[in-house]
Design a protein. Sequence first.
Length: 176
Amino acid sequence: MSCQNVNQGAQSAFRRMIYEDERAEPAEPLWFVLHLGDFIYEIVWYPEDRPQGMYDRRLRDIVRYKSGEKISDFHIPTTRDDYRAVYRAYLHDPNLQDARARWPFVAMRDNHEFSWLGWQSLQVRSASLSRFSSRPALAQRRASAVGATRHRRRSRPRDLSARNMALTVLGMNRGR
């Protein structure tokens, strides 16, 4: 799975996964969730800045950035605390909470964990967005985003042996 935007609506894909898993054959449960990126969207619209909503959906007021900056009608995080705030907002969603309680998550980063202006080592710079896309600004935001991501996704496996970790990933160690 990928690309769940809480600002534009509840994370109902997680609720559907739970529904399907509860009805699956006993020998065919889901073992983990592979999240392919955009676990968060760092771009946030405040409802008053876009009263018409987006894609025929009402915007949810999920977070207010203390240090963020506004571009056009959306807001972006600029500090580690801003990134932590958006992670807290996403993790507050009850559908995501239930899914995380049910399965381990293997998460990869995509562009929105950091910036819609960049992906991996590619960074888009634009004259119209120069104050947001300069090298120092992007470097600072990337460091803030990575710090917040590591803080939110820590895990502490009980048995760190390579064999146990491989069995767990392959689904052969469930319940141990």
